[in-house]
Design a protein around this ligand. Structure first.
Ligand code: GDP
Ligand code: ZN
Length: 492
């Protein structure tokens, strides 16, 4: 492809700032003057024969010093030149490895800027890599996702994306769209000279493209969970052992375990990693109908926490069985209030009631199984139907936690991922475009099946190609690019 040449050479500290000092910090230069700027500051330890200016060899590390304009030594460095096109940006890149700690590296960066470099904007190295065809847009987004990954599964997923999983799928389908579009447009121009387009053939092509798009869309939920983490709300009446469960799970003392019913009124949070996925646990106050103001705030919070959750874990006690209070909570969260008069209807006026959260996957934990058998808890049928899994636990002894984690992973479709290999996932932006392409293809299929004139098919085929081009970056506006790359960190 064509390589952009930039007037300006950019520079940034590419190693992390803040936090603990590392032993090495790196300043990266990229652009047409990268070598000449580095040459102004860098004095190789091994002297050139005839006093000629610095002649870097690509991918060969050199040792020397960085000096300021008066010749004073600023730092000892290792210099790594990566000459175009064999670099991340496909431009000339020079990296200066300085001593860690912020002083040296900032002074070296300052010298680069005084010598003619400009401070790189967030994501600007990656943007140049994209514009020079080193990465497509989906791969570039995965670079940012890899850096911000909060769990090993999220990191592996980003890596799989960088290696081109989604990119190649999108590239293939986009090519197929454009090919079909070409076939159709040729017939619009030279109708008489071309064989008629077989409707059945077009429909089957569209069907196979559409199916692959569904596969890609299927990964989006996984991608979303990996980026955002999983929100799990632990609900239940006071004293069943919610705090004990959270405690055992997080092995921290952030949740206060107490004997007094109803004392945990605030939502207490803890973050745990389950099967490589970051999980945010919310322990909520017991949900119960009460006049007590503080307690009813707790009830509201519980409902709110349950509403935002990806998964609800309801805890009951084997010792007490299924109590009327448990039933109140169950109805508060899983049953819509109007259904109390309206029989078993889960819909009111044809639409799902807003106060009902039954669509959220739910697990029932029967705690305190050290005091009574979990089978002694008799659940109403509607209750056992509402929960996909029932897990017996004894929280203080951490009994049943492994089963609870397994149930959780299975519920979000991660059961196989922890043991299996790398799998890429579409992010939200990509999923929106996948959906747009998928819907456009459905319209093309409908037009073909209804024998609409073929010029009508082209509109939707173009739409599908544009949507896919927004994923790969073949079809993007400058606004979209800057909004994507500005979310990157500086130096990437
Ligand atoms: P919460 O109000 O639902 O958060 O319940 P807590 O976690 O505060 O626990 C209430 C009481 O039950 C405490 O005295 C805990 O020690 C006790 N408890 C919690 N889990 C178990 C369990 O599995 N077995 C037994 N025997 N006691 C438990
Ligand atoms: Zn509690």
């Amino acid at each position: 492809g064509s390589t952009y040449t930039y007037e300006d050479t950019i520079a940034a500290i590419v190693t992390s700032l803040g936090g603990q000092d590392g032993s090495v910090a790196i300043v990266r230069l990229s652009g047409s003057s990268a070598v000449s700027i580095a040459g102004q500051l860098f004095r190789p330890a091994r002297k050139s024969r005839n006093g000629a200016s610095w002649q870097p060899k690509s991918h060969k590390v050199e040792y020397g010093t960085v000096v300021d304009s008066s010749g004073a030594i600023i730092d000892e460095v290792l210099v790594v030149p990566m000459l175009a096109p064999r670099s991340y940006t496909r431009e000339d890149v020079v990296e200066l490895q300085c001593h860690g700690g912020s002083i040296c590296v900032h002074r070296v960066l300052q010298l680069c800027l005084q010598s003619g470099a400009r401070l790189a904007k967030p994501g600007e190295f990656s943007m140049r890599a994209f514009l020079n065809g080193r990465l497509d847009l989906a791969q570039a987004e995965n670079v940012a996702e890899l850096i911000s990954a909060k769990s090993s599964v999220a990191a592996e997923t980003a890596l799989a994306g960088m290696q081109g999983g989604l990119s190649s799928l999108v590239h293939t389908i986009r090519e197929q769209c454009l090919e079909l579009l070409g076939d159709i447009e040729a017939r619009l121009d030279f109708e008489d000279e071309m064989p008629v387009l077989e409707q059945a053939e077009v429909v089957s092509k569209i069907d196979s493209m559409w199916e692959r798009l569904q596969e890609a869309l299927g990964t989006a939920r996984r991608g979303e969970l990996l980026q955002a983490g999983l929100q799990v709300a632990i609900v239940g009446r006071p004293n069943v052992g919610k705090s004990s469960l959270l405690n055992a799970w997080s092995q921290s003392s952030r949740a206060i375990v107490t004997d007094v019913p109803g004392t945990t009124r605030d939502v207490v949070e803890a973050d745990v990693v389950v099967g490589g996925i970051s999980v945010n646990l919310l322990d909520t106050a017991g949900i119960r109908a009460t006049d007590d103001l503080v307690e009813s705030i707790g009830v509201q919070r519980s409902k709110a926490a349950a509403k935002g959750a990806d998964i609800i874990v309801m805890v009951v006690s084997a010792l007490d069985g299924w109590t009327p209070q448990d039933n109140d909570i169950f109805e508060e969260i899983w049953e819509c209030p109007t259904s109390l008069q309206g029989g078993t209807a889960s819909y009111s006026n044809g639409s799902l009631s807003s106060s009902k959260i039954a669509q959220v996957p739910s697990i029932l934990v029967i705690n305190k199984v050290d005091t009574a058998s979990p089978t002694s808890v008799i659940l109403p049928e509607k209750v056992s139907n509402a929960f996909s899994t029932i897990v017996p636990t004894c929280a203080p002894q951490s009994v049943g936690l492994k089963n609870l984690e397994a149930a959780l992973l299975k519920l979000v479709g991660f059961g196989e991922v922890t043991t299996g290999g790398r799998q890429w996932a579409a992010n939200q932006r990509q999923a929106e475009q996948l959906l747009r392409a998928s819907e456009a293809l459905e319209r093309v299929k409908a037009s073909a099946q209804q024998d609409f004139p073929i010029d009508m098919w082209t509109v939707d085929l173009k739409e599908a190609a544009i949507a896919l081009g927004q994923i790969s970056g073949d079809d993007v506006t400058e606004e979209l690019l800057s909004s994507i790359f500005s979310r990157f960190c500086i130096g990437k």
